[in-house]
Design a protein around this ligand. Structure first.
Ligand code: AMP
Ligand code: ZN
Length: 114
């Protein structure tokens, strides 16, 4: 989609540090990491937010969650664990309107989240 930051990252218009890519999924390092490992995982199809997930596009979400343990193993934080976060909408703190999951690791995270 035109004027979408993450669509531009996916098509290479905006540079990113790629962690993983396949037909469905693109993953790259977050520019403002909140943890020693902070990876943003996005569907290659423009889906605005978790509110827009449905039976026609949920394959992208399942592909993302299939790839998470593979990234965790590759980067060596599968044993210690990690956190996966989706921010949806204004109250959820979403700043980029292209569905994405934050995969964060390398430190302990508190709960409940603030
Ligand atoms: P959210 O606040 O959940 O919408 O997350 C958006 C994330 O995208 C934030 O963690 C930003 O640091 C990250 N971000 C914004 N621009 C870039 C960029 N050009 N490259 C990598 N990550 C980015
Ligand atoms: Zn997009």
């Amino acid at each position: 989609m035109k004027d979408c930051l993450f669509c531009k990252i996916i098509n290479g218009e905006i540079p990113s540090t790629k962690v993983y890519e396949d037909e469905f999924v693109y993953a790259f390092n977050d520019i403002e990491p909140q943890a020693p490992h902070h990876i943003v995982i996005v569907p290659k199809k423009h889906i605005s937010s978790a509110n827009e997930i449905n039976s026609d596009n949920s394959i992208y979400v399942s592909k993302i969650f299939e790839i998470i343990p593979k990234i965790a193993q590759k980067l060596g934080f599968d044993k210690n664990g990690y956190r996966v976060v989706n921010n949806c909408g204004k109250d959820g703190g979403q700043t980029v309107s292209h569905l994405h999951f934050h995969l964060m690791a390398g430190r302990q995270f508190g709960w409940p989240a603030g």
